[in-house]
Structures are given as structure tokens and as C-alpha cells.
Design a protein around this ligand. Structure first.
Ligand SMILES: C[S@@+](CC[C@H](N)C(=O)[O-])C[C@H]1O[C@@H](n2cnc3c(N)ncnc32)[C@H](O)[C@@H]1O
Length: 263
């Protein structure tokens, strides 16, 4: 099994720029393209549905990316983004402050505008998202209060993409992490999760980061065990994993779950 890469390794070695350059040039034909096309469509449908709504959304483990928020900002006026590492939050802030050195998200933004049949320009879409982002905070989903020492009011929606598998060493930790992020959500609020199954690691720059091998049964147990009803569990078909042997497959998931009213 690939060794777990924990908090210290993220803080020291996770290079946000290398992550963006490797995975977020939509149209590169890589496996992550398939993830992006899948998840962007799911996010558009989710936030267009009118079911997931309210004032405040917290994105957990945002990293340096904005793709996961482009549809959410059509619904939520207050978005809080968060990550474990200083460098990820700094890279996110470059984009937020419209810094000339920020990553160019144009291809991704254009695709989302196209899916939303929106006539606004990429610049307008990015501006809309910038306006909705109210805080960029440090978080650690392995803490009972992930924002400790800050206590946030409970949100209407908690979103997290590609973070649980990265942050959790084993299944028990994943179960605890889901419970921890659930404390951030109002009763009746929605948890929206996207991620990857069956992928033992991913590479950023020259560094390999572990990815917990989750499956549908485990995710379902962790989510229902934290007090949710799962409303959607979508899976993008299994694909051969080019990084592993022939018998290894990866699949992407997208989950919408509602926290129990008396939760
Ligand atoms: C694969 S990246 C995903 C980034 C982004 N959400 C995306 O969809 O591309 C995993 C992220 O999880 C963050 N992370 C790792 N451990 C964490 C923890 N214990 N608490 C919060 N975030 C964590 C990392 O800093 C990194 O930004």
C-alpha cells in the first residue's frame, strides 16, 4: 500500500501551482479531464435544481481551485473557502485578488458558462464568484471543529471535492472526518461530495500523495452513519488506471446527501 501523506507533507510539499498546471488545463485529454467534465456537469445540475439552496456554502479542502464553485455562486451569496495549507490559500488569494500571476481558469469557466447556457462572459462569471467569496480560512477536517479556534455559524451547504481521500489515512479516519464536517452544516442542509474511487495516489510536481481507496459501500456507510439521507449517488464509469496494473480501475463519484432535520 502506498504510504499515507499527512498534514506535514501537505504543508511542506504540496505545490499548488504544479497541481493546477498538471490537472486543470481542460482539454488536455488526461484522466482528470474526464473527472472535470463529469463533476462540472453534476455541479451545474445540482445548483440549477433549486433543491440545494440558502445563503452560505462552505467549501472544505478548496486547495488552489475554483472549478467546484463556479455553479454554486449562482445560488450562494456567501461562500467560505478553506484549506489546510498556507500555500494553497495563498494561491487561491492570487486568483481572488485578480493578481496578474494567477492561474488562468478561462477554459474551465467557459465550459461551465456553456453548460449553464449562460450568456455572460468568462470575466463576468469569475467576478460573480469573487463577489460571493467572503472568507478564505484555514481548516483541518481531522479536528472535531475543522476551523478551530474559529467557530463558524452552521451553513446551508457543505461542499468538498477530492479532499476526503487525500486527508484520511484509513476508513476510521474517514468516518470521523465526515462527522467533523457535518458539525458545520445546519439540520436539513446539504452535503455535496465529489471524489475518486480506486486511486492509490496522485502526483503533484515530483511528489506522490496518497489517496484512500474508497468504494460505494464505505462512502454510503460513512455518510449515513453521520446522519444523512443520500439523495444522489452518481458514479462515472470505471476506467483502467494508467498508473496501476491492468486489474486496477478508477471511478469518480458525486454525492448529494441531506442532513437529518433533527441531526
Ligand atoms: C487533491 S487536493 C483537492 C483540491 C480541490 N478541492 C480540488 O478539487 O482540486 C486535496 C486537498 O485537500 C487538502 N487537505 C489535505 N489534508 C487536509 C485536512 N486534514 N484538512 C483539510 N484539507 C486537507 C490539501 O491541502 C489539498 O488542497
Amino acid at each position: 500500500m502506498f504510504p499515507f501523506t499527512g498534514r506535514k507533507i501537505y504543508q511542506q510539499y504540496f505545490d499548488p501551482r504544479a497541481y493546477l498546471e498538471s490537472y486543470f488545463h481542460l482539454g488536455s485529454g488526461t484522466m482528470i479531464d474526464r473527472y472535470l467534465y463529469f463533476v462540472l456537469k453534476e455541479l451545474v445540475d445540482t445548483f440549477k435544481s433549486g433543491k440545494v439552496k440558502g445563503d452560505t456554502l462552505i467549501d472544505i479542502g478548496t486547495g488552489p481551485t475554483i472549478y467546484q464553485l463556479l455553479s454554486a455562486c449562482e445560488v450562494f451569496q456567501n461562500i467560505i473557502v478553506s484549506d489546510l495549507t498556507d500555500r494553497n490559500r495563498e494561491e487561491f488569494n492570487l486568483w481572488l485578488n485578480n493578481h496578474p500571476g494567477a492561474f488562468d481558469w478561462c477554459a474551465v469557466v467557459k465550459h461551465v458558462c456553456h453548460l449553464e447556457r449562460n450568456r455572460i462572459s468568462c470575466r463576468e462569471k469569475e467576478e460573480r464568484l469573487r463577489k460571493s467569496i467572503k472568507q478564505v480560512l484555514k481548516c483541518n477536517i481531522l479536528k472535531a471543529n475543522p476551523f478551530d479556534p474559529v467557530t463558524l455559524p452552521q451553513a446551508d451547504c457543505v461542499l468538498s471535492c477530492l479532499c476526503l481521500e487525500a486527508a484520511c489515512r484509513d476508513y476510521d479516519t474517514l468516518i470521523t472526518a465526515v462527522k467533523n464536517i457535518t458539525t458545520l452544516l445546519k439540520p436539513g442542509g446539504y452535503l455535496v461530495l465529489a471524489g475518486v474511487m480506486g486511486n492509490p495516489f496522485f502526483i503533484v510536481g515530483e511528489v506522490r500523495f496518497s489517496s484512500l481507496n474508497v468504494d460505494e459501500v464505505l462512502l454510503t456507510e460513512a455518510i449515513t452513519g453521520a446522519g444523512y439521507v443520500i439523495e444522489n449517488f452518481h458514479r462515472y464509469k470505471k476506467m483502467e488506471n494508467p498508473m496501476e496494473d491492468k486489474d486496477s480501475f478508477v471511478a469518480y463519484y458525486f454525492i448529494i446527501a441531506r442532513k437529518a432535520i433533527n441531526g
